[in-house]
Design a binder for this molecule. Structure first.
Ligand code: F3S
Length: 395
């Protein structure tokens, strides 16, 4: 891979050990994937934040770094709401370690906003054609597919390296040729709400790591697309998809219909709603969690409306970013009047606080795919309304 004189100097350690390590990671990836050069990135989103997933070894690695990021950089969800972790039942020992992780990232100049929906935040927007180094798989999918920006599915260390250097290796989804759809998915039935998560859960398994183009009877909103992409990235490894006439690249480029075709029917989507993943059919859900990926303002509005006049008897988590919650304080208040908890900085998958429950009802295909394995809690998908009804009763 071609390096400029300045990049060579960094690689040789002349800008310090941290930048040298970062450059080594970028160059190694570039060499493995045949990149021709490094390209500048507009922003970075860094995974490896929850103490539940990175543990002591991860904390030590981050704490040893010394330097400042060169582009706006933000974090993935942490293992707890950084302000109300006690309400979540988080142990003080865990909280202490989680705070250390966030401080270690902050000392590198990274903004301590912990979210998988960075595209909702001020100063963090991405536009068509921007090159990024994002690592959370649903954020990657949204950036590539819904925005038409360009990012590979970075690991935590490679996203952090890109943030420190301000560049990433030019391969994979940064290149036109890897963005062309190779399989088509036709969905002739009408879909609403959580159907998109269920569709993504199914489609991801069939598509694997290829680039699909969808032909759909219904017109998805950006929140629907967020749910579809998140689920496909979890049940498969889809980092980019197109929807004919809807997503920006499909509209601008006008892709041909690939030869390989998959058809998904209503009956298959209905079957996803029947399954209890990681448990038996007789398990009663004792928690419901929505906001995977983190809720938008529109989604908070829907939740507040559906909770009007209802009381939550069991546990209902509504996950969102701190910035979206603060900007929509009135909606948060209306939601919490029911007894539901609006939790920021974290989620039902990366927090240890959901462990110990029997079964979680979710409205997300991604949570359905991850909760059983990562939390050891059975999971079932339902509509937003079903999630609320499962854990609530009338006031
Ligand atoms: Fe975000 Fe957690 Fe889901 S990181 S996409 S809410 S699993």
């Amino acid at each position: 891979m071609y390096l400029t004189k300045e990049e060579e100097r960094t690689l040789n350690g002349e800008d310090g050990e941290t930048l040298q390590k970062a450059m080594e990671i970028l160059v190694a990836l570039g060499d493995i994937y045949g990149a021709d050069s490094l390209i500048p990135v507009k922003s970075a989103q860094i995974a490896g934040v929850s103490y539940k997933t990175i543990g002591g070894a991860g904390l030590e690695w981050i704490s040893d770094l010394d330097g400042k990021v060169k582009v706006p950089s933000i974090l993935n969800p942490a293992g707890m709401d950084m302000q109300r972790w006690r309400d979540m039942g988080i142990e003080p020992d865990f909280a202490e370690k989680q705070v250390e992780v966030i401080k270690a990232y902050e000392s590198l100049g990274i903004r301590s906003m912990c979210t998988c929906t960075p595209y909702y935040l001020e100063g963090f927007s991405a536009t068509y054609g921007d090159h990024l180094a994002w690592s959370e798989s649903s954020a990657v999918s949204y950036a590539n597919s819904v925005i038409g920006a360009r990012t590979n599915r970075e690991g935590g260390p490679s996203a952090l390296s890109a943030a420190l250097v301000g560049k990433t290796a030019n391969y994979g989804y940064h290149l036109d040729e890897n963005r062309v759809p190779t399989v088509s998915v036709t969905v002739e039935c009408e879909l609403t709400g959580s159907d998109y998560g269920a569709l993504g859960y199914l489609a991801g398994k069939e598509v694997g790591n290829r680039v699909p183009i969808f032909y759909m009877a219904s017109t998805p909103s950006s929140d629907n697309l967020k749910a579809l992409g998140a689920a496909m990235a979890a049940s498969g490894a889809v980092a980019l998809y197109h929807v004919e006439d809807i997503t920006p690249e499909a509209q601008k480029v006008g892709f041909a219909n690939p030869e390989e075709r998959i058809v998904i029917e209503r009956s298959q989507i209905d079957e996803v709603y029947e399954e209890v993943i990681g448990g038996t059919d007789d398990l009663e859900c004792d928690i419901a969690a929505v906001g995977c990926p983190h809720c938008s303002a529109d989604e908070l509005e829907d939740i507040a409306r559906l909770l009007e006049g209802k009381g939550i008897e069991k546990e209902l988590w509504v996950c969102t970013s701190r910035e979206v919650a603060e900007k929509n304080a009135e909606l948060v208040k209306r939601i919490e009047q029911s007894g539901a908890k609006v939790l920021c900085d974290t989620c039902m998958v990366v927090s240890p606080a959901t462990e110990g429950h029997n079964c979680m009802m979710v409205n997300s295909g991604k949570a359905l795919a991850y909760v059983p394995g990562m939390c050891k809690v059975a999971a079932k998908i339902g509509s937003l309304e079903e999630c609320i009804n499962k854990v609530g009763g009338d006031n």
